[in-house]
Unconditional design. Structure first.
Length: 418
């Protein structure tokens, strides 16, 4: 998806995304879960009932199509947000963050959209969205500590990681009996209706349904997924993520405008969503849209859905290495469309993509909602550091922030760690 914002989920540690060309790895999951349990003990004076986590995500292709029932190809990251939690016999919710000062205390009975601000709103929103599953009159009391290890502000969906980790914790603590798709929808409601960010659901789906060694061909119409092999390491390849450190926040503004324009395009074409437009009839469909800007927005979405369909078919047909040229061309075309038709890139994103391509990357594109955040580049594993160096050099030459780099491996979705 296009994700509207990476809100103030706790910030990454220095080990998670180091400046310069050093390629950082994700924190050890078991160690981080145990550390979060210790933070809970320090905060509240007793041991948690458990620790849960959910991953950030990177979208390989399929940007700004989730809210038009499109197809996306995300993968869950090994970088995760951890939640240590325990039930209490009250109706109070107490929250602490490992990366922020102070305690936030809320009334579980009084949670309503607009009543909570900042990172606690993502926790409160999930409570609000799921409380209908709690048996009548049962206390909704909770103590919780968050430790966020998804790089903040990088367009890697730290907010969905937090929402889905909380949803996993609530499912277990209160025996809610929800299915994964219900938790996905609750997290989407938390972000759309409680926080007020117009997300389309890609991020939450990846955070819940991620599968190690695979990307997910996600149908945003019904949230069905088909895992497709994405084992780059075995093929001598790597996915280099560049956090450009160009900050972005899209709760309203540009992201919401793009979404409105896509809806205007669908209305002009007389379809429920742009997913219903046959790409073979694209020229004629575009002629039916009077506004030139709305026409370009529609062209991006319709062609992007088709690019995802083609990449998915290539991965199902053979190895990444065997389809490398075609996948690279589709990745490049995706970025160019996001830059020219959807106009969601910024100089830092374009610089990173251009430098990666010049350094020999097999395809490079922005990922996420745009207006800042991260890019991805499909590279030879033994060339990853050299490509990172060229991206860093280009940023320095253009007076842009020094980027952060790490290699991405597909991780598992939300679940219990301890």
């Amino acid at each position: 998806m296009s994700h509207p914002s990476d809100q103030p989920t706790p910030a990454p540690t220095a080990a998670d995304a180091a400046p310069g060309p050093r390629l950082a790895s994700a924190p050890d999951r078991e160690l981080r879960a145990r550390r979060t349990a210790e933070l809970f003990q320090d905060a509240w004076g007793y041991a948690p009932d458990g620790v849960w986590s959910a991953p950030g995500r990177v979208n390989l292709i399929g940007e700004h199509v989730d809210y038009q029932d499109g197809l996306c190809l995300p993968m869950a990251l090994e970088h995760r947000t951890y939640v240590a939690a325990a039930r209490t016999p009250t109706d109070r919710v107490r929250l602490r963050s490992a990366q922020a000062e102070g305690v936030v205390e809320l009334s579980a009975k009084d949670l309503e959209p607009g009543t909570v601000a900042g990172w606690p709103a993502y926790v409160a929103g999930v409570l609000w969205a799921l409380r209908g599953h709690l048996s009548g009159g049962e206390p909704w009391g909770l103590d919780l500590v968050v430790d966020g290890q998804v790089p903040l502000g990088a367009g890697l969906s730290s907010s969905a990681a937090l929402e889905c980790a909380v949803a996993a914790a609530l499912e277990d603590l209160f025996t809610l009996g929800t299915e994964p798709v219900e938790r996905i929808r609750a997290a989407i409601r938390a972000e759309n209706d409680f926080v007020g960010a117009a997300t389309g659901g890609l991020d939450q789906s990846a955070a819940v349904l991620g599968r190690r060694g695979h990307a997910l061909l996600l149908d945003c119409r019904d949230f069905s997924v088909e895992p497709v092999p994405w084992d780059l390491a075995a093929q001598g390849l790597a996915l280099l993520i560049t956090d450009t450190r160009a900050e972005h926040s899209l709760v309203g503004g540009e992201y919401a405008e793009r979404r409105r324009q896509s809806e205007q395009a669908a209305e002009a074409l007389g379809v429920g969503t742009l997913r219903d437009v046959d790409p073979a009839g694209l020229p004629g469909a575009l002629e039916a849209i009077a506004d030139e800007t709305v026409r370009r927005r529609a062209r991006h979405i319709i062609t992007e859905i088709e690019r995802v369909r083609r990449v998915g078919a290539l991965l199902e047909a053979g190895s990444v290495r065997g389809q490398l040229d075609q996948i690279a061309a589709l990745m490049d075309a995706s970025h160019d469309s996001l830059r020219d038709d959807y106009e969601v890139t910024v100089p830092a994103l374009d610089s990173a993509v251009d430098a990666a391509r010049a350094a020999g990357a097999h395809g490079a594109r922005m990922t996420g909602g745009g207006f800042g955040g991260s890019t991805i580049a499909l590279v030879e594993h033994d060339r990853a550091e050299a490509v990172a160096e060229e991206i860093a050099r280009a940023a320095e030459t253009r007076g842009l922030p020094a980027p952060h780099f790490f290699l991405a491996l597909p991780g598992d979705g939300a679940g219990r760690d301890l």
